[in-house]
Structures are given as structure tokens and as C-alpha cells.
Design a protein around this ligand. Sequence first.
Ligand code: UN1
Length: 507
Amino acid sequence: SVMAPLSRQMSEKAEKHWKAAPIIKGRDADGKVEDVRNPANHEEVVGQVVNATPEQALQALEIAAEAHFSWNATPADQRAACLERMADLMEENTAELMAICIKEAGKSPNDAIAEVREAVDFCRYYAMKAREDFSGALKLPGPTGEIDEYELHGRGTFLCISPWNFPLAIFTGQVSAALVAGNCVLAKPAEQTTLVAAAAVRLFHRAGIPGEVLHLVPGDGAKIGGTLVPDRRISGVAFTGSVETARLIHQTLAKREGPIVPLIAETGGQNAMLVDSTALPEQVVRDVVISSFQSAGQRCSALRILCVQEDVADKTLRMLSGAIGELSVGDPAWLSTDVGPVIDPEARDMLNGHINRMESEGRLIARAETPADADKGTFVPPVAFEIDSLKRLQGEVFGPVLHVLRYKAEKMDKLIEDINALDYGLTFGLHTRIDSTVDFVRRRIRVGNMYVNRNMIGAVVGVQPFGGEGLSGTGPKAGGPHYLHRFATERVISIDTTAAGGNASLM
Ligand code: UN1
């Protein structure tokens, strides 16, 4: 089978310590070395990281800013070919990339495969889009005697700030889009997942992206972002992470001098699923468990608020309770594990604070068992609470905690209004067998991705372009047809070809 050689390669790699450092002009920079620990077992050191200093970040920016002209002048299909080679290289190195995702980010093998798969898909999809849209000038129907052409160019140097929850997929997605659109890139991965980002940058360079064009500037967000975002040589920012940080970047860009530049932000979610009395209970329970607890609930797409129509609520909750009780929590390196650790102690403490509040304000429906050696890693067993009002929720809860609300059929409109009023707008799930309900909800619910009679995570590049509105982000959707355009600037060239010159349309 395919898995046998992968798992063999992975156990060989597991013996090894990974290393990451700022990568400036294709070379690792020096600095203070820090250990990286496995979230499933903090005794295990999986590698070492050197973070960038603000001076190193500015040095990378200077090199990138100078390289932009020639990178943007490189034909788009050559840039696309680099992404396609990157996709091939990631496929060849699947086992190693998976092993880093498992050890550094606490991913399960399934999630780790999906991570590599999605990163590969992003590269292939954006390469295809760049070949379509960036390859040459588009002739416009100008007046006689005039040539009018439209073309897309890179904006300059993009700062790509990516999250730890999709440490390879989103990192590669942002970086590949910015690069293929003709930009130089400074990549700032989440501090928790620098090892896999460094591995990806090395592969990008092997794939033919020049060292001057792509640099890795790892480290603390406030320090590195705080140095780079205010600098007028940054021509745009792609950011996936919290709403608070997105606002801060937005404000910093707005206040600085020089060009007005885009922020492409993909932020949080407060995602709901509506289950009416015609839904199939087995399917609902399976989809709820996947949507709420896969990746330990650490997805912005994850389900947080399950709304069940009153008549079927008791039955659905009994079945859900049984399913949660069956989940096995533990080291994700074991194939029998369903739910791995959360990313770090801060995340665990934040989640436990919320769970403590729910224990007094809500009703416990079910909780999975705590693993025997839970104290070695940052585990939060999946848990579900029934709540009496959406007002019990205060902002995004980024982990394996589900909230359940009962609703009366005649109150569905009001419930949708209340969900919209949360101001997030990322994913929404609907389980019903009534077509008119689907039509009604799709016109009213304000979200970027609505899923009907299925789970609500795992958007596939090019198939389910992903991203939200409101507090959930600016768009355009990642893995969608318009994403690359936001990284580009549009230029129209109008040439008068009449001998006399002057404005052809007036003659
Ligand atoms: C995120 O969690 O930051 O559909 C966004 C999904 C993923 C979500 C990525 N594409 O589950």
C-alpha cells in the first residue's frame, strides 16, 4: 500500500532533529538557538529554531525590494513552472513534511497528508491561473488606429504572515500566490511552526525561486510584523490569523506614509450548523464530530454552534454524546488517535478558562476521555455543552469545544439573524431534506462557505474556494479564481498607431 513506505520513511525521519533559521538570500542566518517541543509530549525536543532580528528582516526587505523588477519581468509561465516544480518536490518529500507537521504542530497523519496535499494543490492551481491570466497582454477593443492592452504585474514585495494551524498549506498558499503574481516575498510563519516553513522555503528555492526573491523571517509577530508592516517598501500583506492582529495590521498600513497597499486577511469564524427535524441523524452526528473535533477543532472553519430543532434535539444529543465518548485523544503519531493535542500551553489554558465558564453557565452533554499521560502534552479532550443563548459566547473559541442550542421551527428566521449578528461570516452548515429551506437559508445567511448535508471543513482548492466576510476576512477566496489578482496591479497600455499621432478616436 501507499502508507507502508510513508510510515517507514516517517519513523526514520523521526529520529532526526529539524532546524530552522532566517533564510536571507537563500542562506541560513545566525542567531540565538531555541528548542522546539512536540505539543503531544513536551519532553521531546523535535528541532531548533533561530528567529530573525529586526535588522535581519530589514536586510531581507532591502534585497527583495531590489529584486522585484527582474522577478516581475520573468515570464509568468517561468514563474508558474517554479510552482509546478515546488508541487513535485513536496510530493517527493511528503513523508518528511508530514513528519514535521506531526511532531511540530501535533497534526494527525490524516491531517498531515491533507496538509501536504493542499499545499501541492495551491501550487498547481495558482500556476494554472497565472498561466491563464498573467501570461501576456489582453487586447482590448480600442478605437481604430489605437492599440489598447491590459496586463497584470506584481506589486512589489509582499509580507506573508501565516498561522500554525495549517503550517504548510496556508504558508505555501500565500507564498506561492504572491510569487507567481510577480512579487518578491518575505514569509513570516507562526512562531509555533517555523520548522515546516523553513523546509518549504528550502524547497521553493530548489524549485527555482531565486534566493533574492523569497526570504524567511521567522519570529515574534509583534517584533517582525512591527518592523516590516510600517515600512513603505512592503507593497501588500497577506495575513491569516486573529481578527485583532488583522485590525492592527490594517491600522498600521493606513497610518504609514507612502503608497496605499492591500491587506488580504483571512481571520476567524464563529461557525454554526442548523439541523432541522428532516435531517438524517447518523449523518448529522458524523458531520458534527468531524466539523467540531478534527484537527482538535483548531480550524477557523470548524463548527462551534450546533443549532438543533427542538423535536429532534434529545435524540440527536444522545447520539452525539455517544460519539464524543468514543473519541480517542492522544499522541497523533498513533493511527488509532482521533484527536491530538492543542498547539501550546497558552491555547490549552485559554480553552480551559472557557470550559470552566461553560461548566457553570451551560449543561455538559459529553466529554471525551483524557489520555493517561495527558500531563506530557497540551491536551484538551473534546467537549460539548448545551447553552440557552448565543450571548453566552464571547468571541472565537479555537479548539475542540462545541456549543449546542435548541430552536423552535418557527424561530429559524430569527436564529439566522442572530447568527449573522455575531458579525463573523466564514462557514455555515445546514442539514435538511427540504429544498425550500436550503433556498431560504442560502439567501439570508452571510457567510463565505455554506455546506449542505455534509461536514463543513476541508475546503478543496479550486473546488470550494475558501474565505469569509465581515469579521472573517477581506477576501478574495484562497484557492479561488480571483485570489491572484489581489496580489497584482493592473496596467493598461494605450498606443496610438496613426502616423500623425494625437488621439485616434478624435480623428
Ligand atoms: C483556517 O483554519 O485558518 O476548509 C482556514 C478548511 C480549511 C480552513 C483553513 N481550508 O477547513
